[in-house]
Design a protein around this ligand. Structure first.
Ligand SMILES: [Zn+2]
Length: 236
């Protein structure tokens, strides 16, 4: 049943939640978040999200920011504006270059200014006005998109790269969830790793391996790919 009052807002990690439309548990820990007219967010599985939206909502679904790229098996996304014609990935096919650039720019912006707002090392002061505009209008002027894409592209292979920030966000979320399943006396190592992640914006190879072992304590264990940190591993 479609509902004109629901709008898609983002793809995000969720833990221990069920789909808002059906009683199924979101075992992938990845959900499409739909917002109702009161501004309240609800998690949906991908199929239920599509079914809950009207035609306009389904169009918007293709533009929503995706903060779950560190989870392996997520729809891959070619770099913005690199002239890629790769349409192997279902979710991206039929998505024009402009839509793709917009989504990548917004995802990058919101990662730095909102999702990682609690990590000062990830923020960029020059983006804060863009984030305010986006919050108010759900859109961005063309020159802001161009600026965001330019910074995102130049940051590739550094701690401010798109994949790097996706990994920082994914690992930070999953570490937080792991704490809920760990007794306080077992949290020290993971707390140190999280502090280091938030300061340096990467995990070492050894830290990533160690964290993966702790993640197994999460009911419905969420595997993550550390490939976003590889820029740092190569520098040694
Ligand atoms: Zn469902």
């Amino acid at each position: 049943m479609s509902n004109a009052s629901l709008i898609p807002v983002r793809k995000d990690f969720v833990f221990d939640q069920t789909c808002h439309a059906c009683p199924r548990k979101l075992t992938s820990n990845v959900a499409v978040i739909l917002q109702d007219e009161l501004g309240q967010d609800f998690p949906y599985g991908p199929v239920c999200a599509k079914n809950a939206l009207d035609h306009e909502g389904q169009r918007l679904l293709k533009q929503i920011p995706d903060f779950t790229k560190a989870a392996p098996g997520q729809e891959n996304e070619p770099g913005a504006g690199r002239g890629s014609t790769d349409t192997r990935y279902g979710g991206s096919s039929g998505l024009g270059n402009t839509d793709r650039q917009f989504r990548r720019a917004v995802t990058y912006l919101l990662l730095r200014q909102r999702k990682l707002a609690h990590i000062p090392a990830a923020n960029y002061k020059r983006f804060s006005a863009y984030a305010d505009i986006f919050d108010q209008t759900n859109s961005l002027p063309e020159d802001s998109i161009a600026h965001l894409i330019n910074v995102e592209r130049k940051s590739g292979g550094t701690k401010f790269g798109f994949d790097s920030l996706q990994a920082v966000y994914g690992y930070d979320c999953c570490i937080n969830r792991t704490f809920l399943s760990l007794p306080a006396e077992k949290q020290d190592w993971l707390k140190d790793v999280q502090t280091s992640l938030r300061k340096r914006l990467y995990l070492t190879e050894a830290q990533a391996k160690g964290v993966e072992n702790w993640f197994k304590y999460i009911p419905g264990h969420q595997p993550l790919s550390p490939k976003g940190f590889q820029w740092a591993w190569k520098q040694k």
